[in-house]
Write a protein that binds this ligand. Structure first.
Ligand code: ADP
Ligand code: MG
Length: 198
């Protein structure tokens, strides 16, 4: 029997600034290889739920949580955001705010530079990851010069290069036109099929 990679058990969370909990008694198990869509009206707590998983809560937004949330069997609140980022990669809705490099290649390489990976391995890994999200033809371009869909793929590559086991998208279609959104879904599908454990 496989263990869930993410497990919420009677998990509740209340922002310090709020009078009521935003997340109430969440019980949810997500298994390796699964692709899960969380849907609901604006303000229902989707982003809050993702922030609990990627460590932005409590690192950037303070509040009180009860119950447990474990990733790979470890409580998230006992881990640093840096540790969590090695397991879970987040692609945010605001794509422009996430670019650091002057070129697409530099941007994808950022996590590897921080990990002091040597130049030869870095080039190879950047190219491999860029191919997975079909952005390898744009490695020398500036991220600013890309379309919304291309920016999203660079952002995906930037977290995938870390060999993360979990990819998290917050409103992945919000800034894309319908055709580009459809393509984004196809690429997410492809990644899931190719990378998911059997
Ligand atoms: P969704 O992503 O589903 O639109 P959110 O998770 O962003 O919903 O918001 C859920 C609720 O939490 C909203 O009522 C919102 O006002 C509140 N909330 C979100 N972020 C914060 C914050 N940083 N501080 C206090 N309350 C917040
Ligand atoms: Mg949201």
């Amino acid at each position: 029997m496989k263990e869930p990679i993410i497990k919420f058990e009677d998990f509740s969370f209340q922002y310090d600034a709020q009078a009521e909990p935003t997340l109430k008694h969440i019980n949810l198990e997500i298994y390796p290889g699964e692709k899960l869509l969380i849907a609901g009206p604006s303000g229902c707590g989707k982003s809050t739920l993702t922030h609990c998983m990627n460590g932005l809560i409590p690192f950037a937004y303070s509040g009180e949580s009860t119950g447990t949330l474990t990733i790979r069997g470890r409580e998230t609140k006992t881990q640093s955001i840096f540790e969590i980022s090695k397991t879970i990669g987040t692609v945010l809705q605001d794509l422009d705010g996430q670019f650091i490099g002057l070129t697409v290649a530099e941007d994808i390489a950022f996590a590897l530079e921080n990990a002091c990976v040597n130049q030869t391995d870095m080039k190879k890994e950047v190219l491999e990851t860029a191919r997975k999200v079909e952005i390898a033809d744009h490695l020398e371009h500036s991220p600013d010069a890309l379309s919304g869909g291309q920016k999203q793929r660079v952002s995906m590559a930037g977290v995938m290069v870390n060999q993360v086991e979990i990819l998290l998208f917050d409103e992945p279609l919000a800034n894309l036109d319908p055709a580009t959104g459809k393509r984004a879904i196809e690429i997410i599908d492809q990644i899931q099929k190719k990378q998911a454990p059997l």
